[in-house]
Design a protein. Structure first.
Length: 53
């Protein structure tokens, strides 16, 4: 599984992959993010922010 990771990471690091982010939600607002995704008014990816302590 992890052997394919470098194939994905390289385009991101080199700027070869552009991703549009619509919004970022903290983990505790995952339900809100899910509702937004179902609204079909999203113009990019919805990101759930997870901060590990």
């Amino acid at each position: 599984m992890f052997s394919a990771l470098p194939l994905f990471v390289y385009p991101v690091d080199s700027g070869g992959l552009n991703v549009t982010i619509d919004c970022i939600f903290p983990l505790k607002e995952t339900a809100t993010a899910h509702r937004k995704s179902e609204s079909r008014r999203v113009r990019g990816k919805i990101v759930i922010s997870v901060i590990l302590a």
